[in-house]
Design a protein. Structure first.
Length: 128
């Protein structure tokens, strides 16, 4: 899976939130999030075509209007991004990432214990 630029990722976040949408819908969402003015139609249209070419979006044509929809889920992209971050910044060690997060966020023992309890609750059960 290819990586996204920051601007492309912002557009994908909007599309993941909206579901199938048009360039006009995306422009409205950006204006709602960031305030006026709306970004130019041509800018957003170019970005969604790039995302389409990269395989992140699909589209349906309705005359001259295109409806775009995600082909890659937010979850799958998040997993890939996290794996890359672990490889690039934490020597491939998830433990180093967790240690970093604990230190940077100054988690208490209580916080860690609650996190461990949640992870144990989320762990899939085996069916033997």
């Amino acid at each position: 899976m290819k990586t996204l630029t920051r601007a492309e990722e912002e557009i994908m976040q909007i599309i993941w939130d909206l579901g199938p949408c048009t360039v006009a819908n995306i422009r409205d969402a950006i204006e709602e999030k960031s305030g006026p003015p709306k970004p130019p139609h041509s800018t957003i249209s170019t970005m969604v075509r790039i995302l389409d070419d990269k395989g992140f979006l699909g589209h349906k044509a309705y005359g001259r209007t295109y409806e775009y929809f995600p082909l890659v889920t937010r979850e799958n992209y998040s997993k890939q991004t996290l794996r890359k971050m672990i490889t690039d910044y934490f020597e491939g060690s998830p433990n180093r990432l967790v240690s970093f997060l604990v230190q940077e966020n100054d988690l208490s023992l209580k916080d860690l214990s609650e996190l461990m309890d949640q992870l144990e609750d989320d762990e899939p059960t085996s069916t033997n």
